[in-house]
Ligand binder design. Structure first.
Ligand SMILES: Nc1ncnc2c1ncn2[C@@H]1O[C@H](COP(=O)(O)OP(=O)(O)O)[C@@H](O)[C@H]1O
Ligand SMILES: [Mg+2]
Length: 239
């Protein structure tokens, strides 16, 4: 799917851009992404989905947050979990503070229910909380796995926002916890060889790459000026 460059994002913050009251092209794009996931997942085998990309600033946090809101608008119970423990961002689109989160669960022995934050979008969010000095050890720990397992009992979908594959090797541990990955590519920004390398690394973990989302597409420049520019999203089975 192509998400064109849009002025709604220009404040450089992560924002919720979908609006179920106003079915504009962005909302429609996220609906399409949601419908593809629901169709692809008719047997409900996919519960935990991560979003990855080759490099930073490709739109991962923006896409996964808006997808979470879109799934929740469909009546599904959705939890969004911070998986980027070095540069946590999932609190931003929901205007949450980053206090009380994974740090408190892991280090202060807070319970799962105590760290889940509820939002007006009907999306629940687990933020990172305080700085974690050993992110890889946390993300690969049995305790973090237990957190995701607990989430799976309560929610229809557990979405994990991830750090960039080429920068940080945490993807190896996150892939072991999820049922599939969405791969985000910033159009005209990420180099082909970077995409190739990141996809290869992800494939080595045996993760099921569900599909690719293109963000920041300059629709005029790329000749996608007609309504067709939102339809190139695909979901597919592992090859
Ligand atoms: N489709 C888009 N068009 C223009 N800017 C975007 C788009 N998607 C995200 N952005 C902006 O780009 C920046 C990086 O997005 P973000 O979602 O934080 O990326 P990542 O999580 O991959 O680092 C943010 O300032 C965001 O508002
Ligand atoms: Mg991010």
């Amino acid at each position: 799917m192509l998400f064109k460059k849009n002025t709604k994002y220009q404040n450089r913050k992560n924002v919720i851009v979908v609006d179920k009251e106003n079915n504009d092209v962005i909302t429609e794009s996220f609906n399409r992404l949601k419908d593809n996931i629901l169709f692809f997942n008719a047997d409900n085998k996919i519960k935990v989905i991560q979003i990855s990309s080759s490099t930073a600033c490709e739109g991962k946090t923006t896409v996964i947050s808006n997808l979470a809101v879109t799934l929740a608008s469909n009546g599904l119970k959705v939890l969004l979990v911070e998986g980027d423990l070095r540069s946590p961002r999932v609190h931003r689109p929901f205007n949450l503070d980053n206090e009380l989160g994974i740090y408190d669960y892991m280090i202060q022995n807070k319970k799962f229910e105590e760290i889940v934050k509820h939002t007006s979008y009907n999306v629940d969010v687990i933020t990172r909380g305080d700085k974690i000095s050993n992110p890889s050890a946390v993300i690969s720990s049995l305790k973090f796995r237990n957190l995701i397992d607990t989430a799976k009992e309560t929610y229809d979908y557990v979405l994990i926002d991830c750090p960039p594959v080429l920068d940080i090797s945490d993807y190896i541990h996150i892939c072991a916890l999820t049922d599939g990955a969405l791969f985000c590519v910033a159009y005209g920004q990420t180099k082909k060889h970077q995409v190739k390398e990141a996809i290869n690394l992800l494939k080595q973990t045996q993760i099921n790459i569900l599909g690719t989302v293109y963000t920041m597409v300059d629709t005029k420049e790329n000749g996608y000026y007609t309504s067709g520019h939102y339809s190139n999203y695909y979901l597919k089975n592992k090859e």
